[in-house]
Design a protein around this ligand. Sequence first.
Ligand code: SAM
Length: 196
Amino acid sequence: MADSSNSTKINNKIYDQEIVVLRWGHRPQRDARLTTHVALTARALGASGFLLSDIVDEKIKVTIEKVTRNWGGKFFFEMGTPWKKAVSSWKAKGGIVVHLTVYGENIQTSDVLERIRNLRKPIMVLVGSQKVPKEFYSKEISDFNVAIGNQPHSECAALAVFLDRFFEGTELAKDFTKANITVIPQKRGKKTIVKR
Ligand SMILES: C[S@@+](CC[C@H](N)C(=O)[O-])C[C@H]1O[C@@H](n2cnc3c(N)ncnc32)[C@H](O)[C@@H]1O
């Protein structure tokens, strides 16, 4: 797994904390598309890598690595490690764990984001799919249980809002280095620069 010791540089702004995302509970017959979307969201919105725990799905890995090759930036994709092992090695390297859950402290009405920032430690964000093990809520696993509002929605939406709050919107203007495809924003139509 990547070292839990990096900061995140978004253009000229440096955040002391790196973020990686762990997706738990992927069901091969059912969740491939959503897991892919969670990984793409992680990459596009400033996380430095993605762990698909417990399961190996080569197709998703190939898709994400292809997107990263074409669209640039640095992003790692790992899979198959049991979630407990991934969490304990992250913590052993000095990282903290933020579990996104509808039952957690509300990101808008509490100071949970400030407390996460104040620790200045690399963050592993846990998102579920099916019902997560009870242990996810415990202090042994999750340093914080964070709700993106206390209504149920989606792991993809929850992750997107968390990353956007954390990076204060700067991630939306991130320069992805070594891209083969770059979009030139237009009022209408589609314009890209494609490197051959
Ligand atoms: C579609 S939900 C299913 C949850 C499952 N039915 C349960 O009871 O735990 C899948 C994942 O989305 C995320 N999620 C959904 N709503 C959320 C919210 N309001 N705040 C934070 N995370 C949320 C959580 O990570 C959750 O594990």
